[in-house]
Design a protein around this ligand. Structure first.
Ligand code: GRF
Length: 208
């Protein structure tokens, strides 16, 4: 087990069901993220099931919504305050359905990562989330799709790629079955792997 200061403090930003958050919680429990620790979950939707998952795992959770904050700027400021208060080293966007502006991303270079349910640069960018990603993959007739974990910068889904994993499509797949397959075969595997990889880089950079 790594000492406390050898572990990056992680915040997971969510909006929905939180199955990727759950994959991280489970990976943490089984020792697959030795260089990181989830210290905070932030949801921009007050009824996100991910909040229940955080609670059950004993992880502090906050709800910060644009509506509550009054503007996109105030929303990002509130997120920054939470990040500061919990001394967060790494932000993981795990199904976080709000686009963060450059004003936010510029403050955390190589300290924000995102999971996207396709092989970037296919089926990504603004508006590509949820079932639409899989519907478009099926409509285009690709035979292989997958998931990507990448660093987040000011371009939606445009930051450097960290890990990708491919998933085969068969002719019986629907958008729903494909969404499930991509999660099970790719997302829930590569997200914990990428988080450990980046957490290790962060803790190493502190020591050196
Ligand atoms: C996942 O498909 C993820 O790739 C995307 O949003 C979905 C979130 O699912 N960014 P969950 O909330 O983790 O279950």
């Amino acid at each position: 087990m790594a000492r406390k200061r050898d572990r990056a403090r992680i915040a997971v930003f969510v909006s929905g069901g939180g199955t990727n958050l759950q994959a991280l919680i489970d990976a943490q429990k089984t020792g697959q993220i030795p260089n990181g620790r989830i210290v905070l979950v932030v949801s921009n939707k007050k009824d996100a099931y991910a909040l229940t998952r955080a609670k059950e795992a004993g992880i502090p959770a906050l709800t910060i919504t644009k509506k509550q904050c009054g503007s996109a700027e105030a929303f990002e400021e509130a997120l920054k305050e939470a990040v500061k208060e919990y001394m967060v080293d790494l932000i993981v966007l795990a199904g976080f359905l709000a686009i963060l502006s450059e004003n936010f991303t510029k403050d955390y270079p190589e300290r924000i990562i995102n999971i996207h349910p396709s092989l970037i640069p296919s089926f990504c960018g603004e508006g590509y989330y949820g079932l639409r990603v899989h519907e478009e993959a099926l409509a285009r007739g690709v035979k292989v799709t997958g998931a990507t974990v990448h660093y987040v910068n000011e371009i939606p889904d445009g930051g450097e790629i960290i890990i990708q994993k491919a998933v085969n499509i068969n002719n019986k797949d629907t958008a729903e079955s494909l969404q499930r397959k991509v999660m099970e075969q790719a997302e829930w595997k590569i997200l914990p792997e990428a988080v450990q990889k980046v957490a290790k880089i962060i803790t190493k950079s502190r020591q050196g």
